[in-house]
Ligand binder design. Structure first.
Ligand code: BTN
Length: 325
């Protein structure tokens, strides 16, 4: 995406008409170059009107992330986070994995207005819209070893769920292992990538994607039921405030995890689990799918399910509701 596209979109962010001539002059480019740059808008999930005699207008205003507003929402924990906001990267997690290897400090956070190749779990893509999603990654270092980070991604899911609930989203729950859902529809996803020595220290790159206000045409490209903050909160906070609250909840949760591991949040996680006691279809990585009942979550974050053959601890699998919710 060109820098000019983002400059032009910042002018158009208020959702009002702006004349092409005025914009081109202010940006020091020709009208033809501006028009080319704005042809990229639909690829960012945006709807842009171009009306002869009036100029350009976005169908919906966009709120770009404001670092100062994020800092205010973070409050006393702002000292734990070094926030950087990029207009565009391929994937905030890919960038932070590289920076982790190069020694970047704990608390480094990279948020992106747009990811050209956002990554989801299990090799899927993460689909978002400019201004309609919140996409960021947080690098966190632990003294404990990579072998003792069991349940970390569940703890992250719980922190994200709590931050969304603090922000007015209703009926927020988690789905094992680390989705955040409302009425069984996905509101946010978490991708945790860890590395380091078995005995420590270790590092995690925690990627979070939140559906904030997704246009219908973007929802149509997602292959599972989704919901966004705008539809489950009466007065949605700005994306900047939401990011600050999430980082505060994450910093608290990760510090507790460093001290006590998953035990620090296991009780809370159980209370948030939308699938507790439900009949589910389990799709393990390689073996055949089977039906089971969700019984519990183990101290290492494994899902405990009951089957006719007995209790099983699932370290990784996909689950979906079986029968009526
Ligand atoms: C999932 O599949 O549910 C996990 C989605 C994680 C998406 C986020 S968006 C920010 C960060 N960067 C990425 O490329 N992925 C994560």
């Amino acid at each position: 995406m060109s820098a000019l596209t983002f400059q032009a979109l910042r002018t158009l962010a208020d959702g009002r008409f702006h004349s092409g001539e005025d914009m081109a002059r202010a940006l020091g480019r020709s009208r033809a170059t501006l028009s080319e740059a704005l042809k990229l808008a639909p690829g960012l999930g945006l709807e842009l009107f171009s009306v002869r005699g009036k100029g350009y207008r976005l169908a919906e205003p966009i709120e770009f992330i404001d670092r100062e507003a994020v800092g205010r929402a973070l409050g006393p924990l702002s000292g734990r986070i070094r926030l950087e906001v990029a207009d565009e990267v391929d994937s905030t997690s890919s960038r932070l994995v590289e920076r982790a290897a190069a020694g970047a400090p704990s608390g480094t956070c990279l948020a992106a207005e747009w990811q050209s190749a956002g990554r989801g779990r299990r090799g899927r893509s993460w689909i978002s819209a400019l201004g309609g999603s919140l996409t960021f990654s947080l690098l966190w270092r632990f003294d404990r070893g990579a072998g003792h980070l069991g349940g970390l991604s569940l703890a992250v899911g719980a922190a994200v769920a709590r931050a969304l609930a603090d922000s007015g989203a209703e009926r927020v729950q988690v789905k094992w292992p680390n989705d955040v859902v409302v009425d069984f529809r996905k509101l946010a996803g978490v991708l945790v990538e860890t590395s380091g020595e078995m005995q420590g220290p270790s590092v995690a790159v925690i990627g979070v994607g939140v559906n904030y206000r997704l246009p219908e045409r973007v929802v149509d490209r997602i292959d599972q039921p989704v919901v966004d903050v705008a539809h489950c909160s009466a007065t949605p906070p700005s994306r900047s405030v939401l990011l600050g609250r999430m980082l505060a909840r994450l910093a608290e949760g990760l510090e507790a995890f460093e001290r006590q591991g998953f035990e620090s949040v296991r009780e809370d996680w159980r209370a948030l689990h939308a699938y507790q006691g439900r009949r589910v279809r389990v799709v393990p990585g390689r073996e055949a799918p089977f039906d089971a009942e969700v019984l519990d979550v183990a101290p290492d974050g494994a899902l405990v399910v009951g089957t006719p053959a007995g209790r099983l601890h699932l370290a990784s699998a996909e689950i979906s509701l079986r029968g009526k919710a």
